[in-house]
Design a protein around this ligand. Structure first.
Ligand code: ATP
Length: 222
């Protein structure tokens, strides 16, 4: 079976230091996959290569269809309205002016705040806008970088519900890149564990969440 994202034998070095060392990773159509790893494991480097910001030294990345990103830190334009921020998601993908109505149908919480400035929103609301903006490109696969960062558990739970809905109802494939291993393993069916630039473990999330190496290092021993 081919994947929407296929990464093969990917190597990335920063002036000699190896950040990613032979990464193989696949996200299949309509699949939700997690990539977990500690600080400095190489998650951000992988995101940069996936989005074309960084050239790998060797290896290949194949994306079938359109890939859209929800970036770490959300990267809003704070002085622009929610609606204008959404439109910029279309613009970045050559679809300037695309109607935002579909996004409010998918993410109804955004409708009542559409005229507010993004800079005045809560972190959770901004993350929702970032998801909506990524959806403007009508992606086949969404790369979500640190969904939960800096957000309260209840807010994260609401965002997770939306992602799950987009996945199950719309068939969106998702690569969830997360420091919060518990969240990622609960949400996704399959997961990869990145350690010091290598895939240390991968498999069904349910099995990984019971693996003593994962519980000790990423789940606080539980
Ligand atoms: P974090 O969650 O802290 O962002 P990460 O898993 O995303 O961590 P990366 O930022 O991808 O990890 O870093 C992987 C390795 O590459 C680290 O050892 C880091 O120090 C190194 N690195 C990252 N960016 C650069 C750079 N621009 N120049 C040199 N080394 C870098």
């Amino acid at each position: 079976m081919t994947g929407v994202i296929e990464v093969r034998d990917l190597v990335v070095r920063y002036s000699g230091a190896t950040a990613l060392d032979g990464i193989d990773l696949t996200v299949h159509e309509n699949e939700m996959v997690a990539l977990i790893g500690a600080n400095g494991a190489g998650k951000s480097t992988l995101v940069k290569v996936l989005s074309g910001l960084l050239r790998p030294e060797s290896g290949t990345i194949t994306v079938a269809g359109r890939l859209s990103q929800v970036p770490e830190g959300r990267e809003m334009f704070p002085d622009l309205s929610v609606d204008d921020n959404l439109r910029l998601g279309g613009w970045r993908n050559g679809r300037k002016g695309r109607d935002t109505t579909a996004i409010y149908d998918l993410l109804p919480d955004l409708a009542p705040i559409r005229a507010r400035k993004a800079g005045a929103l809560s972190g959770g609301q901004q993350q929702m806008v970032a998801i909506g903006r990524a959806l403007m490109a009508r992606p086949d696969v969404l790369v979500v970088d640190e969904l939960s960062l800096g957000l309260a558990p209840l807010v994260v739970a609401a965002l997770v519900d939306h992602l799950r809905f987009l996945h199950t109802e719309r068939g969106l494939a998702v690569l969830l890149i997360e420091q919060n291993a518990r969240l990622a393993l609960d949400l996704c069916r399959r997961a990869y564990v990145l350690e010091a630039g290598r895939i240390a473990l991968h498999g069904p999330a349910r099995e990984l969440s019971r693996d003593p190496r994962v519980t000790a290092a990423y789940l606080g021993g539980h």
